[in-house]
Design a protein around this ligand. Structure first.
Ligand SMILES: Cc1ncc(COP(=O)(O)O)c(C=O)c1O
Length: 402
């Protein structure tokens, strides 16, 4: 066997150790089997580097056009942004932006001479936020303020309003550097009241970031019949206070990993992130990563063009139908959910969630657990079929002797 064949066959052995989406036993992932067209796209773009965009002009155009298309979806024709490695990088970028804006406002005395900033930046962030914000805190010395949750597992906006007004009246403008809301939280899929958060942010001149890493490719396509009365589904740039949005093509967008999106309200925000990169074709770089693949931009562009609104609406519909099916089947068998599912995520109450998770794994089924409450967490991604859901319920019944 020649050396390449030998290496490829060895690699295949390793790859065979991985789980495969199509087997229907991955129940806790927000990623899924990418759309088949992306295999061709990966081949075409595998050597591209958006860290040096002047060398890859076509790929850069694809990134810009992808951002424009996503911007349109989010009601913003002036959107600016990047297709980056994922939701973590997108959230860290937003926090870097807010931290830098706050520091610049202080330096330029935007609000006068009053000392209106501590050394750290105060960011109001939901209890249900993804752990990528904790990484931002580590990197940037942020002071994360966590409002209490409502009974619907959303950030308590009344508390946020009182906190903002109280802090500003004591410490002056710029004493709060940003607010975060989540549209589709990782563990439960809940949507914060972004409309109210936006009002608070706009009135007090505080930037609002929306983490729609998961929900961004679901909520715009959700049929009215799935919308629950205790949630407000508005989350995008049509709300004046929203300045940045994380939206990930590699989750419900069906792109292969790595494809995350950070979208800014407009290009004006770039200057707060720019770092000089004298030896590159574009000498100011705003992204956290330097060298970065263009594959995510190309696959995102391809899928947005191929699937369009109707394609994504169909995927969303199918996932929501399966979510309803699984919820009903669980209830018929005596299980309870933590909340009525808001998106295609189900949290099943379980005081011994970790133990159940372990037992399911022994049976070859992979679910995850929640941190915010005792529950198993199931994400109904497109790779899951009805028979896989039946198998999960039957196995859960056996484990729980129901
Ligand atoms: C709401 C939300 N934000 C951010 C992230 C982080 O995304 P990634 O894993 O692509 O970095 C996740 C991941 O699950 C998420 O659910």
């Amino acid at each position: 066997m020649d050396k390449s064949k030998e290496i490829l066959s060895k690699l295949k052995e390793y790859r065979d150790l991985d789980l495969k989406y199509e087997k229907g036993n991955i129940f806790g992932s927000m990623c899924t089997k990418p759309h088949p067209i992306t295999l061709e796209i990966i081949k075409m773009f595998y050597e591209t580097n958006l860290g040096d965009p002047g060398l890859f002009i076509g790929t850069k155009k694809l990134e810009e056009e992808s951002i424009q298309m996503i911007g349109k979806l989010l009601h913003n024709p002036n959107a600016f942004g990047y297709i980056i490695s994922g939701g973590t990088e997108a959230n860290i970028t937003a926090m870097r932006l807010f931290n830098n804006i706050s520091k610049a406002n202080f330096k330029n005395k935007k609000y006068g001479n009053k000392k209106n900033r501590e050394d750290s930046s105060k960011i109001i962030i939901p209890e249900t936020a993804h752990f990528s914000f904790d990484k931002s805190k580590d990197m940037m010395n942020l002071d994360l303020i966590r409002p209490p949750l409502t009974e619907y597992y959303t950030s308590n906006v009344k508390w946020v309003k009182d906190y903002v007004e109280d802090t500003i009246s004591k410490n002056g403008e710029n004493s709060i550097s940003g607010i975060v809301g989540i549209a589709g939280c990782t563990e439960l899929g809940t949507i914060d009241n972004i409309k109210e958060l936006s009002k608070i942010a706009y009135t007090n001149d505080i930037p609002l970031h929306v983490d729609a890493a998961f929900g961004g490719f679901v909520i715009p396509f959700l049929e009215e019949k799935y919308k629950l009365k205790n949630y407000n589904y508005e989350f995008d740039f049509s709300l004046d206070g929203v300045k940045t949005i994380t939206i990930d093509p590699h989750k419900m967008g069906l792109s292969p990993i790595s494809a995350g999106g950070i979208i800014f309200r407009n290009r004006e925000y770039k200057k707060y992130l720019d770092i000089e990169a004298p030896y590159l074709t574009e000498t100011l770089q705003a992204t956290i990563l330097g060298t970065r693949t263009g594959v995510g931009a190309a696959t995102t562009w391809g899928l947005l063009k191929l699937l369009c609104k109707d394609g994504y609406a169909k995927i969303t519909h199918e996932c929501m139908e399966k979510t309803t099916y699984l919820t009903n089947k669980l209830r018929e068998n005596g299980f309870e959910t933590v909340i009525e599912p808001v998106l295609n995520i189900i949290a099943i109450k379980d005081d011994n969630a970790k133990e159940t998770c372990k037992k399911l794994k022994e049976k070859g089924l992979y679910v995850s657990v929640c941190r915010c409450t005792n529950a198993l967490r199931i994400v109904i991604m497109p790779h899951l079929e009805f028979e896989h859901l039946d198998n999960l319920v039957n196995t859960l019944c056996k484990i729980n002797k129901k």
